[in-house]
Design a binder for this molecule. Structure first.
Ligand SMILES: Cc1ncc(COP(=O)(O)O)c(C=O)c1O
Length: 428
C-alpha cells in the first residue's frame, strides 16, 4: 500500500473547521496533480465510439444551486461512492472540491483508498460498514468511518493506537432507516466509549432519512419523527459533556424538503448529479444533469421489408429500411429492457432501437431514406432535461436515475468537459 501522508490535515480537530486550507492545489497532493488533471493523450487512446461525457460545469452549477438553498455556513459532503454515481469518483471529487465542497463520502474502504492514492487529501467519510480486515487501511489511509457498535470502536481504537494515529469517527444513529446505526438510546454509551479511546476522536454524529424526498403526509411525519429522535440523541450527548462535533442528516430529499435537517453539514448526492430524488421535487431547484451517454454510428446498411434484426428475431422490418449499428450494449450498462422503446438522437431527430440489445452493440431503424451518415454522433441520453435523460431511461425501466448512471460501467470511457481540469472541450 505504501501510502504515507506527512500529516496532511495537521490537527484532526481543525480539518473540518478549515477544510480546504490544508488542501494543496484544490484538494490534490502537490506531487500528484497531474494524475488528477488527467493525461489528455491517455484519454484519447482510451477513446471508443461509446463514451460518457461528464459535464463538470453542470456539476459545479448544481453544487452552487444547492448552496443557495442551505443555510449559510453549512458544510457540504458530496457522496462520490459507486464511482460518483457512475460519473467517475476522482474527477468528480476534484471538481466538487474546486466548487468549495469540504468533504467527500465513499461507500467502501477501497473507494477511499483509490481517492487517497490519486492525491485527494480532503476528508473522506466512509458510509458503509467495513469488515475487521479493512480496519488497518482505514487508519493508514486516513478515512473517516461511521461507527455503530462497541466491538468496532474497540478494534479501530486498538489499530489507531498501534499505528500511532488519531482517527476521526462519526457515530451513526439509526432513527428509522433500519440499515446501519446504533439505536438512539445507545448513542450516549457509545459516545462515551469513543471518548475513552485515546486514538479516536468523535468528530461527528449522523443519521440517514428514509423518506425525506416524499411529500406524502405520512412520510413527512416519519421524517419529522426521525429528526426529533436525532436531535434528542445529539442533545443528550452534549448534556453528557461530549461534543457531538459535526451533526449531519440531510440527503438530497431533506435538502429540498426539510431545511431544519441541514444541521452542520449536508450530504446531497443525486442533486449534485443533476436529478431530483423524486419527481415531485423537480420544481424546487434548478439543476442540470451531468452525464451524457453518446456513441457513433459505426455501420449503416439497407435491409429488405420482412428482414429480422438481432437475436431472437423479434423485430421484423415493416418496409425496406436502413439499419444503423451502434457499439453499445448491455455490457456497457444499456439495459436489454430498453428495446423496444428507447429512442436515440442523431442531430435533432430521434430513431428507435430495434431488436434485442446485444452485449456490445445494438441497432437502430434509420428509416427508408436516411440523411444520417456513418460515424455520426448518437446521443442515448443527455444533459438536457427537455430531451431523453437518465430520468427518461429510468422511467422506462421502472427504476431511478441513480441506477441508470451507476449502471454505465468502466468499459465506457468518461470524457470530462467544462472545468479547467477537464480533458478537453465538448465534442461538437
Ligand atoms: C448515508 C447516505 N447519505 C447520503 C446519501 C445521498 O443520497 P441522495 O443521493 O439521495 O442525496 C446516501 C445515498 O445513498 C447515503 O447512503
Amino acid at each position: 500500500m505504501g501510502y504515507r501522508t506527512a500529516g496532511y490535515r495537521g490537527k484532526l480537530t481543525e480539518f473540518f473547521g478549515a477544510p480546504c486550507v490544508r488542501l494543496q492545489e484544490n484538494g490534490l497532493r502537490r506531487n500528484t496533480a497531474s494524475s488528477c488533471t488527467g493525461n489528455i493523450k491517455a484519454v484519447e487512446y482510451r477513446m471508443r465510439a461509446t463514451r460518457a461525457i461528464i459535464h463538470l460545469e453542470n456539476l459545479q452549477y448544481n453544487i452552487a444551486q444547492i448552496r443557495k438553498i442551505i443555510p449559510a455556513g453549512t458544510k457540504m459532503c458530496i457522496p462520490v461512492k459507486a464511482d460518483a454515481y457512475g460519473h467517475g469518483a476522482l474527477k468528480t471529487a476534484v471538481a466538487a472540491i474546486r466548487a468549495g465542497v469540504s468533504c467527500l463520502a465513499v461507500a467502501t474502504v477501497q473507494e477511499g483508498i483509490e481517492l487517497r492514492e490519486a492525491g485527494i487529501v480532503a476528508p473522506i467519510l466512509s458510509l458503509s460498514l467495513p469488515i475487521p480486515e479493512e480496519i488497518p487501511a482505514i487508519v493508514e489511509f486516513e478515512l473517516t468511518p461511521l461507527v455503530v457498535d462497541e466491538e468496532f470502536i474497540g478494534d479501530l481504537g486498538a489499530e489507531a493506537h498501534r499505528m500511532r494515529k488519531t482517527v476521526p469517527v462519526h457515530l451513526k444513529i439509526d432513527t428509522g432507516m433500519g440499515r446501519i446505526g446504533c439505536w438512539p438510546d445507545e448513542a450516549i454509551p457509545l459516545a462515551k466509549r469513543i471518548a475513552k479511546e485515546k486514538n479516536l476522536l468523535l468528530e461527528g454524529v449522523a443519521t440517514h432519512l428514509s423518506v425525506a424526498d416524499s411529500t406524502k403526509p405520512e412520510d413527512i411525519a416519519f421524517t419529522r419523527t426521525q429528526l426529533e429522535l436525532f436531535k434528542t440523541a445529539c442533545t443528550a450527548i452534549r448534556e453528557e459533556g461530549i461534543d457531538p462535533g459535526i451533526v449531519h442528516a440531510a440527503n438530497s430529499g431533506a435538502v429540498l424538503l426539510h431545511p431544519d435537517a441541514c444541521f452542520d453539514m449536508v450530504r446531497p448526492g443525486i442533486l449534485v448529479y443533476g436529478y431530483p430524488p423524486d419527481d415531485c421535487l423537480a420544481e424546487r431547484i434548478d439543476i442540470r444533469p451531468v452525464m451524457e451517454l453518446e456513441t457513433q454510428l459505426v455501420a449503416i446498411k439497407k435491409v429488405r421489408a420482412g428482414s429480422t434484426v438481432s437475436y431472437g428475431r423479434i423485430w421484423h422490418a415493416p418496409e425496406d429500411t436502413w439499419i444503423g449499428t451502434i457499439p453499445v450494449g448491455y455490457a456497457d450498462g444499456l439495459n436489454r429492457k430498453l428495446s423496444p422503446g428507447l429512442l436515440v438522437r442523431i442531430g435533432d431527430q430521434e430513431f428507435p432501437i430495434v431488436g434485442r440489445i446485444c452485449m456490445d452493440q445494438c441497432m437502430i431503424d434509420l428509416g427508408p431514406d436516411p440523411w444520417v451518415q456513418r460515424w455520426d454522433r448518437v446521443t442515448i441520453f443527455g444533459p438536457s432535461p427537455a430531451r431523453t435523460s437518465a430520468k427518461t431511461v429510468a422511467d422506462m425501466l421502472e427504476t431511478i436515475p441513480y441506477e441508470v448512471t451507476c449502471a454505465i460501467n468502466k468499459r465506457v470511457p468518461r470524457v470530462y468537459v467544462g472545468d479547467e481540469y477537464a480533458d478537453r472541450k465538448p465534442l461538437k
